[in-house]
Ligand binder design. Sequence first.
Ligand code: KG4
Ligand code: ZN
Length: 340
Amino acid sequence: MIENTVILGIETSCDETSASVVINGREVLSNIISSQINIHKKFGGVVPEVASRKHIEVINAVVEEALKEAKITLNEIDAVAVTYGPGLVGALLVGVQYAKGLAYSLEKPLIGVNHIEGHISANYIEHNKLEPPFICLVVSGGHTFIVYVKDYGLYEVIGETRDDAAGEAYDKVARSIGLGYPGGPKIDKLAKEGNENAIKFPRANFHDDSLDFSFSGLKSAVLNYLNKAKMTGEEINDADVAASFQKAVIDVLSDNVIATCKKYQVDKIAIAGGVASNSALRNRLIKEGGDLNIEVLFPSPILCTDNAAMIASAAYFKFIKNEFSSMDLNAKPNLKLGEK
Ligand code: KG4
Ligand code: ZN
């Protein structure tokens, strides 16, 4: 009989405090997420100092809730996993210190997990049979990457943003048309009522065969369009702005990820991160992938945004390779994918 490996995951890299119990990297027993969105909304974005304080206030209760819902006692856990980067340093430190204390007192292994690796691993939970190799498009509020997942824990970054992340562009554009934070879901909804061909916004193109992205020019173009319209008294149709902006983002995301599949001859795409919830991105990739016999997978929305189940899942694939962290584990706000 195969032994079950029970991992407690902890995630505090940004504005969600989360704890989760996951068996064998794929079966989620609990995934408790305490979101701070309502607090940060007032400021139009995440305030790092406020985020750290809130994590401290709730982390204990969140972990207790995760254990209770999973009907697991601390002694039944095989390892404690925690996000140690990338993210906000103060926020990361809360999770890292908590996990270290817990692992030390329980005499259980500690596993530090890269947050991006966590987002990728959310697909292992959603798709029980998914195995590498596949191409992963990681699109979140802080990151935009095309990653070639060659094996469990073995990654090659094929493309990345040279400035703003896709989610960041969504949030900034949403704010400029008065939609509030976080803007992604609001633009997604509003865009359904607009004409995606109404306004021609730019798509960044690099002339060096690169599969990188750039969204800051697009963001500035939207802001310029809005300012000009206000100055000339031209009527602004917010839904058209949302739909045209979204079309520009999705055109480059899907073109680059499909080009990656062709270049590396991989017939599977997994999407990950908050923006992977976007309905237009999902529909576009399913359609384009379908035409090319490329399978397109994505996690359910709760596993797209920050959560600890994805961290516990990523940790399992380290656990089976005996890749443990020492008690020196520290928060690394700029941690790169694949960096030890
Ligand atoms: O992965 P995540 O929870 O946090 C980071 O690690 O950054 O992603 C949050 C981002 C925010 O920028 C939010 O606006 C965006 O994901 N987002 C969306 C949608 N849902 C969330 N963007 C576009 N469409 C959506 N439906
Ligand atoms: Zn994230």
